[in-house]
Write a protein that binds this ligand. Structure first.
Ligand SMILES: Cc1ncc(COP(=O)(O)O)c(C=O)c1O
Length: 413
């Protein structure tokens, strides 16, 4: 049975007895020390000092996961189509490789990620020295800002773009400047202007983009790269690159020290829960990550799973076909309800709900109330949309059934 910590003991907790939510009523499994040692006369032990930077950070998180939402709601979702995961699953060969590796998990993974790095390098026809392997793109954001930013440095991104990057920039003391989306796309010239105006050290740009699913052709992205101000690092987030139409990705240029190409096994390869990504970049920059990365961050299962997934390109092709069909189905559902689906080069579709953000938020809430996990962009004017991931047919059937009711409810409010 969990024991309740006496109030006086709670005051000895390093955070001064307050959990993150400000709640003092914390239930724990085992007291961390002998309660009898606490004298009523003893003054509370001061909390350990956090760094000035961390003490000032807001207690915000980039996302509230579907699991937290399910706990809060007290019931599961019927369709999980909100986080752009790959509902079609990983390659069965990757699953088998991870099962074998699970039994070998008493050993640490290879801290150099040698075999996976070599396979990724061969796949992209670059040298292993141009590849950094790690715990997903979200993890790389932290490493990249640590590598390139000093507190107070400016970083440029788009207002409404993928928020986890901003979380890490703020976490390392960077200052964010935001360019606006234009016609539902990130705006490279505006990002460049802002970077010049603020002497920025980094720019974040996702192609294809989340949350809108929009994209730029490779020629435009190359122009963007060619115009980077000296010394600026471009974090080119290509999480959705596998879904993009031909002609979207500029050629890999591993001589360019200013560009980090961020890729992941979380989306098309269906391994989001295994946490595997990689960066392709110039070799001296890639080597610099060794100074700061978590050398044992990759599990043996993740390494084996990614290696097998990469080798199974037939499964990848199948997934890409299923995702394209799901995108078309989401488009058809939107049309049937009098809504417009935005073109998408990803495994999700932004659906324009036709009114303002308040209306789209009501639609979202009504879908969630019907046990459908979906998300939406957070800022005007992107927030006129809801964002629906390419689920399996059963997920989309549930969505198709619930959307007319959700719209009716949102219109009533
Ligand atoms: C644009 C973008 N970048 C990065 C990620 C996260 O990638 P990873 O799972 O490799 O951390 C996501 C996930 O939704 C994303 O949408």
């Amino acid at each position: 049975m969990p024991k309740r910590l006496p109030d006086r003991a709670a005051r000895r907790r390093p955070d001064g007895g307050l959990s993150r939510s400000g709640c003092t009523d914390m239930t724990i499994g085992q007291p961390a020390f002998h309660v009898s040692e606490v004298s009523p006369l003893q003054p509370p032990v001061p909390a350990p000092r956090q760094s000035a930077l961390c003490a000032d950070l807001p207690s915000t998180v980039p996302f509230v996961g579907p699991e937290a939402q399910q706990r809060a709601r007290g019931r599961p979702f019927r369709a999980r189509i909100g986080a752009n995961e790959c509902a079609f699953g990983p390659s069965p060969r990757a699953v088998a490789a991870m099962a074998t590796a699970a039994a070998e998990s008493w050993m640490y993974g290879d801290p150099e990620n040698h075999d996976l790095k070599a396979a990724i390098a061969a796949h992209h026809r670059v040298a292993p020295g141009n590849v950094m392997v790690g715990e997903g793109i979200d993890g790389f954001f932290g490493y990249a800002v640590r590598l390139f930013l000093d507190p107070g440095d400016t970083v440029v991104t788009s207002r409404g773009a993928y928020p986890t990057f901003n979380f890490h920039v703020t976490g390392y003391g960077g200052q964010l400047q935001f360019a606006a989306y234009e016609q539902d796309r990130e705006n490279p010239p505006a990002l460049l202007d802002l970077a010049r105006a603020h002497s920025a050290r980094m720019i974040y740009f996702a192609n294809p983009d989340n949350p809108m699913g929009s994209w730029w052709p490779a020629t435009e992205v190359q122009t963007f790269i060619d115009r980077l101000p000296p010394g600026v690092v471009l974090c080119l987030d290509e999480a959705y690159s596998d879904f993009a139409p031909p002609g979207t990705l500029p050629a890999l240029d591993v001589e360019n020290r200013q560009v980090l190409r961020l890729r992941t096994f979380s989306k098309a390869y269906g391994l989001a829960g295994a946490r595997i990504g990689y960066i392709i970049g110039e070799s001296s920059v890639i080597r610099s990550f060794d100074k700061i990365r978590n050398h044992f961050g990759m599990t043996r299962m993740a390494q084996a799973g990614a290696l097998a997934a990469l080798a199974d390109q037939a499964h990848l092709s199948e997934v890409l076909g299923s995702v394209a069909a799901a995108r078309a189905e989401i488009g058809a559902i939107a049309t049937a309800n009098g809504l417009a689906a935005l073109p998408s080069a990803t495994n999700f579709v932004a659906i324009d709900c036709g009114r303002d953000g308040a209306f789209a938020r009501r639609v979202l809430a009504a879908l969630i109330a019907r046990d459908i996990f979906v998300r939406m962009p957070g800022v005007v004017p992107l927030d006129r949309c809801i964002r629906v991931s390419a689920g399996v047919p059963a997920d989309l059937a549930v969505f198709a059934e619930a959307l007319p009711e959700a719209l009716a409810e949102a219109r009533r409010d």
